[in-house]
Design a protein around this ligand. Structure first.
Ligand code: SME
Length: 174
């Protein structure tokens, strides 16, 4: 007789059902992020877990993670934070690249073809489209959430709304 070995489900087992509609997938992603960051004050731990959750929930990405706004004298720049994917550019000046424009403008950047975006910074040559959402606290951009896909036109307004809901949750958690 063959014995069935059951894998225990841990409290961190948030793997979603792959047939979920995007709206429901993002609702579950935000709820998982809420549960994992609730009561935790360490922003690095929270960004690390949320980057991992995006990687688990959002299909067809090659990179997902954070760039944090850091003051460098009188200038502000973006510095790489927790992510899933290949090693990436460490520092990005405000206003440069998709991330720098999102940080400087405080507005979501939904880019169907990164090669058509002036000043796009290529970290992973596989990236074809990109979604960058600022995390704002008290009117100031604290960080951006960056999602890259190897597919052209991967991101829709629904993806933007979903990652914006995640950014709103993280406003006082990172
Ligand atoms: N492509 C981004 C740089 C970050 S990597 O994609 C991880 C940009 O243009 O800002």
């Amino acid at each position: 007789m063959v014995e069935t070995i059951r894998q225990p489900r841990s409290m961190y087992d948030f793997k979603p059902d792959e047939s979920l509609e995007p709206a429901e997938m993002y609702r579950q992603l935000v709820e998982a992020a809420r549960a994992l960051t609730d009561g935790e004050s360490d922003e690095v731990a929270n960004m690390a877990n949320v980057a991992a959750l995006i990687g688990e929930f959002v299909p067809r990405l090659n990179w997902a993670g954070f760039y944090r706004v850091i003051r460098n004298g009188t200038e502000k720049e973006l510095v790489l934070g927790p992510f899933v994917g290949r090693p990436a550019c460490i520092r990005i000046p405000f206003g440069q690249g998709v991330c720098g424009v999102a940080a400087a403008s405080g507005e979501t950047q939904l880019v169907a073809d990164v090669h058509a975006f002036p000043g796009h910074i290529a970290c992973d040559a596989a990236s074809q489209s990109e979604l960058v959402v600022p995390v704002i606290r008290g009117g100031e951009v604290m960080a951006v959430i960056d999602c890259d896909s190897p597919e052209l036109g991967r991101f829709s307004e629904q993806d933007a709304a979903g990652i914006e809901a995640l950014a709103a949750l993280l406003s006082d958690r990172i």
